[in-house]
Design a protein around this ligand. Structure first.
Ligand SMILES: Nc1ncnc2c1ncn2[C@@H]1O[C@H](COP(=O)(O)OP(=O)(O)OP(=O)(O)O)[C@@H](O)[C@H]1O
Ligand SMILES: [Mg+2]
Length: 234
């Protein structure tokens, strides 16, 4: 059974079609990678799913129709969203950032957050704007993980990070995904190889591949065709 089912979703920004007739399924466990070249509509797909941009189509989550539902209601059903540009509140402390995100207070998830992000846990009173890019990414992820979610939508969490921090982030994602399934937009194919069981590839706002991530990444012709790169070891 699938956790999220999307049938013929299209989405628009300022009247312009950015996602066109997209259909896919997300299983109840593990990480599904959402891939595709720059500008194909990965971020817009995530934003359309939770109603942050205008969308049409059939979207069902845990058996519930969420296609006409407002964003706040969808989030309450248990979908966590980690946006592409991190969007931490720069002038607030790490702890304040987490507090604002927590729907039911911080207590129940504190130990989990500490285990995943020991570095930011040691900086709870530091202003988020003074953290490194990697640390801000950890805060952004932690904000989604302070809540008991059924699904996480995570948009390019390793973008612009140093290789060592990329690996730390990947490790945190892996631990997080043991509890909560994830739809992950990720350009680093080494990370995709490490983490993702399934993969969906978009091209021109449409799905051109859905299947096992291994099947896609072990096929150089497919990866070159859809992603414009050769394999996952760059
Ligand atoms: N705010 C906006 N206003 C107008 N067009 C936009 C806006 N945001 C995105 N688009 C357009 O929508 C299309 C899809 O963009 P989107 O950001 O969803 O792609 P993406 O696959 O996430 O790209 P990237 O790999 O660069 O993150 C692109 O053609 C983009 O130019
Ligand atoms: Mg994007």
């Amino acid at each position: 059974m699938s956790l999220l089912s999307v049938k013929s979703m299209s989405a628009t920004i300022a009247g312009q079609l950015v996602v066109e007739d997209v259909s896919f399924e997300i299983p109840e466990t593990g990480i599904t990678a959402l891939l595709g070249r720059n500008g194909v509509g990965k971020t817009s797909t995530l934003r359309g799913l939770i109603g942050l941009i205008d969308r049409k189509g059939e979207i069902s989550f845990g058996g519930k129709d969420i296609s006409g539902m407002p964003t706040n209601k969808i989030i309450q059903l248990g979908i966590g969203y980690v946006p592409e540009d991190r969007e931490v509140f720069a002038s607030l402390s790490v702890q304040e950032n987490l507090k604002l995100a927590a729907r039911k207070g911080l207590d129940s998830r504190w130990d989990f957050i500490e285990k995943l992000f020991p570095d930011i846990f040691g900086r709870l009173h530091q202003r988020a704007g003074t953290l490194s890019g990697g640390q801000q990414q950890m805060v952004s992820l932690a904000r989604a993980l302070v809540n008991e979610n059924q699904l996480l939508l995570v948009d390019e969490p390793t973008k612009g990070l140093a290789p060592k921090i990329v690996q730390e982030t990947a490790a945190a994602l892996q631990l997080a995904a043991e509890k909560t399934p994830m739809l992950l937009v990720e350009q680093n194919l080494t990370v995709v190889k490490q983490l993702a069981e399934d993969a969906i590839v978009l091209e021109g706002g449409r799905v051109v591949f859905q299947g096992k991530a291994k099947e896609l990444l072990s096929d150089e012709k497919l990866t070159a065709k859809y992603l414009g790169v050769g394999g996952g070891d760059e």
